[in-house]
Design a protein around this ligand. Structure first.
Ligand code: AMP
Length: 212
């Protein structure tokens, strides 16, 4: 699932993964957990993430290779936040060479909407879930009752850096994938259920094309 920070990749990846009983693989979540647990990976990634920059391709490709080899990912998976560079995308093609088609869905959202969404975003400090508007009003997580907090890299200065990083390193991925028959673009500036329906339709149409 492609798209800039704040496009709704995490929310949509979670919805799709649940509906299809496949794991959501979020490289951001894997890194945040490593930072939280203060592992060697977390210690190496902490400053890069805090600056809104990208962790090196070698590290990220290693993480994803290992994750996709797990038994629960053999029937399929949703990637959220990977690939983020054309180097990662090329490595992913190699990783998936014998594993069926890679469907690429690009979620498109205007920049002013992204900035506002990231400013308002709150996550649960206990389970990490993204809070919807109702939960934000109550200041508590609907899943576990945990406190809602702003993600440390959602501060205005870091958001600006992340959007710049996206434009420089990740947007070229759309060109990398655009001409493939498995690429689809969806309008992410609509309610989450409508985006989910558009993604479902996009993936169904790719699957139909692959069977034909
Ligand atoms: P996310 O939760 O996807 O927005 O990721 C949070 C941060 O983790 C990013 O701003 C990067 O610093 C880092 N990160 C996550 N995924 C990747 C990736 N595929 N390549 C490089 N850095 C990543």
């Amino acid at each position: 699932m492609l798209g800039p920070p704040g496009a709704g990749k995490g929310t949509q990846a979670e919805l799709f993964a649940r509906r299809h009983h496949i794991p959501r693989v979020s490289t951001g979540d894997i890194l945040r957990e490593a930072v939280e647990r203060d592992t060697p990976l977390g210690r190496a990634a902490r400053a890069t993430m805090a600056a809104g920059a990208l962790v090196s391709d070698d590290v990220m490709i290693g993480i994803v290779r290992e994750r996709l080899a797990q038994p629960d990912a053999q029937a399929g998976f949703v990637l959220d936040g990977f690939p983020r560079t054309t180097g990662q995308a090329a490595a992913l093609d190699v990783l998936l060479a014998r594993r069926g088609p890679l469907v690429v869905v690009d979620i498109v959202v205007p920049e002013d909407v992204l900035v506002e969404r990231l400013r308002a975003r709150r996550i649960c400090s206990r389970c990490g879930a993204n809070a919807g508007p109702d939960e934000r009003a109550l200041a508590a997580c609907a899943r576990c009752g945990g406190h809602l907090v702003q993600r440390s890299d959602d501060s205005e200065a870091v958001v600006r850096e992340r959007l710049k990083t996206y434009a420089r390193a990740t947007r070229p991925l759309v060109e990398f994938y655009r001409d493939r028959p498995t690429f689809r673009s969806v309008d992410g500036d609509q309610p989450p259920e409508a985006v989910a329906a558009a993604i479902e339709a996009a993936v169904t149409s790719v699957a139909a094309g692959c069977r034909a």
